[in-house]
Design a protein around this ligand. Structure first.
Ligand SMILES: O=C(O)CCC(=O)C(=O)O
Length: 234
């Protein structure tokens, strides 16, 4: 893998897609572990206010907080995964947390957001999204990105999940790695299949606070997860 070229492309576009990055057997095992945890109808973790206002219907799971590592650690410890992360973030980067995300059938997906405020370009998280099953157009659940938006400042205010001309829709297959800058504008299309799962192995550059993703930016608000409050209406 030409890691230098890939990192350069990431910095130009604000995202990177690499199909077939992870072994399919590992993905099958991980997908099964994730489904065993969630079942098909997990309880919502977020408040009703957040779910309604953010148009985001996803249930998170932080397996390492429960000392659950089976399948996740193999991803984290993959040599190419670490090399590519280091090439993008530079020396001194670290893992932030691992978060599996589950969306139920006939739910909204996720509205446009930035994972952290973009005012300081040096302060950001890196999303390393791993797909353990195929996301295909007829099932919905595509991941949408706005190329170059990691350098465009704050997500424009507006309809939380309307199309923005120039957006790119991704349908990552099993084993695909999608790397997304935390300032890149992104969202997830409504889910029509029985379920949708993705796992985010978030990382940060050196000198980044560990609570960098506590405040997210949506087109209609800034939201602080730790206190469950809307900080700003937009
Ligand atoms: O699941 C995806 O494809 C995107 C997840 C996402 O938007 C996020 O982790 O911030």
């Amino acid at each position: 893998m030409d890691i230098e070229n890939k990192a350069q492309k990431f910095w130009e576009e604000g995202y990177l897609v690499i199909a077939g990055f992870f072994d399919k057997d590992l993905m099958d095992r991980l997908n099964k572990n994730i489904l065993d945890h969630f079942g098909m109808d997990p309880h919502w973790e977020h408040t009703d206010e957040f779910i309604n206002k953010s148009a985001t219907e996803v249930v998170p799971w932080f397996p390492y907080q429960e000392d659950y590592y089976d399948g996740f650690k193999e991803v984290d410890e993959d040599h190419n995964f670490k090399e590519l992360t280091g090439e993008i973030l530079g020396e001194g980067w670290s893992d932030l947390y691992c978060m599996a995300m589950f969306s139920k059938e006939a739910t909204k997906g996720q509205a446009w957001h930035q994972d952290c405020p973009p005012e300081n370009p040096q302060q950001f998280n890196l999303n390393r999204l791993v797909y353990t099953h195929d996301i295909i157009a007829e099932n919905g659940g595509g991941t949408i990105v706005f190329p170059g938006s990691h350098k465009m400042g704050t997500l424009t205010p507006g309809d939380p999940d309307a199309d923005i001309p120039g957006q790119v829709v991704l349908y990552p297959k099993k084993g695909t790695l999608v790397i997304l800058h935390g300032h890149t504008w992104h969202r997830v299309l409504p889910v029509k299949s029985k379920y949708r799962v993705s796992t985010n192995f978030r990382a940060i550059p050196e000198n980044t606070p560990e609570d960098i993703t506590d405040i997210a930016v949506y087109r209609n608000m800034r939201y602080k997860f730790s206190t469950r409050e809307v900080l700003e209406e937009r």
